[in-house]
Design a protein around this ligand. Structure first.
Ligand SMILES: NC(=O)c1ccc[n+]([C@@H]2O[C@H](COP(=O)([O-])OP(=O)(O)OC[C@H]3O[C@@H](n4cnc5c(N)ncnc54)[C@H](OP(=O)(O)O)[C@@H]3O)[C@@H](O)[C@H]2O)c1
Length: 280
């Protein structure tokens, strides 16, 4: 059985760690705040002193920190992933990151003949905790296929989008659409309220059609604030900023409006709230 490394034990990384452990894998972890690693008690878990040590010990290493800055710190630092990497390891970048940064990281790995896959995630807290994530893959297709049995511990779906960087590009496109659905739902409910309608009936109607996972989540969150948070306002705003950068000068006024709503939500002091709090 391959040895797994997880760097970053936030909502997503912790859930992934627990599911690899549950499926009998040996897991090597590092998290900036050590107490989070220590909160997991399992005989097959090893808490490492650095991302470098995780990379040296494990065969397949997932990085699941927050943003470009945190990713840069854990990949490029003196005790970082690149310092511990070798050509036999499979390095997987699973944080949602900007395209400029992702492409730079991929180039650096390719220059060293390191195996790198970009595999951002979708499925939120519930997907991570239940082992039902969807993996959005870019990179060597054969390598992705070879790893599918291992991915079964954490994922219900493995989607392949194309060469290196394609997974991350798709993830930013996806979060643009997801963020827009959330904001549109909130605005639809504002109109319904202004028209004196029964909001529960309207919410349930929208969850039926257009429906889909995001409308359903947003409808539930509209009436009961999710606790704990599934995905933060701060990180969806980051994803929309990265999507906007990727779009460069294309006319994407729906993305612009959605991003603006999220920026305002951060400015209202709600960055640590659930991403549906944009409608609060
Ligand atoms: N939650 C979701 O629904 C979801 C879904 C798909 C993708 N994602 C993406 O997955 C990634 C993780 O998301 P999450 O929801 O798990 O976030 P989270 O709960 O906020 O966790 C963030 C993780 O990053 C670490 N971190 C932050 N800044 C760091 C730094 N400067 N150096 C080293 N480590 C740092 C944190 O360590 P500490 O414990 O020390 O703070 C923590 O382990 C993000 O890129 C996010 O966009 C999230």
């Amino acid at each position: 059985m391959k040895k797994i490394g997880i760097i970053g034990l936030g909502i997503m990384g912790k859930g992934m760690t627990l599911n690899f452990l549950k499926n009998g894998y040996e897991v090597f972890v590092w998290n900036r705040t050590k107490s989070v690693s220590e909160s997991i008690d399992h005989e097959k878990l090893t808490i490492c002193s650095s991302p470098k040590e995780v990379t040296e010990q494990a065969d397949i290493i997932f990085e699941v920190t927050a943003n470009d800055e945190s990713s840069e710190a854990v990949w490029y630092g003196e005790s970082g992933i690149l310092a511990g990497a070798s050509t036999e390891k499979v390095l997987i970048v699973s944080s949602t990151l900007s395209i400029d940064y992702t492409d730079k990281l991929i180039k650096e790995c390719e220059r060293n003949n390191f195996k790198i896959l970009d595999i951002p995630l979708t499925g939120g807290r519930v997907g991570a905790e239940t082992g039902n994530l969807t993996l959005l893959c870019g990179g060597d297709e054969k390598l992705v296929n070879d790893l599918k049995p291992t991915f079964e511990a954490i994922a219900a779906n493995v989607f392949y989008f194309g060469p290196s960087g394609s997974g991350m590009r798709y993830k930013l496109i996806l979060n643009f659409v997801q963020g827009t659905h959330i904001v549109a739902f909130g605005q639809a409910m504002r109109i319904a309220k202004d028209q004196g309608m029964d909001l529960e009936k309207v919410g349930n109607g929208l969850a039926f059609r257009p429906g889909g996972v995001i409308t359903e989540i947003t409808n539930k969150s509209y009436f009961n604030e999710p606790n704990p948070v599934t995905f933060s306002v701060e990180w969806i705003t980051k994803d929309l900023e990265y999507a906007k950068k990727m779009a460069k000068d294309l006319d994407v006024n729906v993305l612009d409006a959605t991003l603006e709503k999220y920026r305002e939500t951060v400015d209202r002091g709600l960055k640590d709230k659930d991403w549906t709090a944009v409608n609060n």
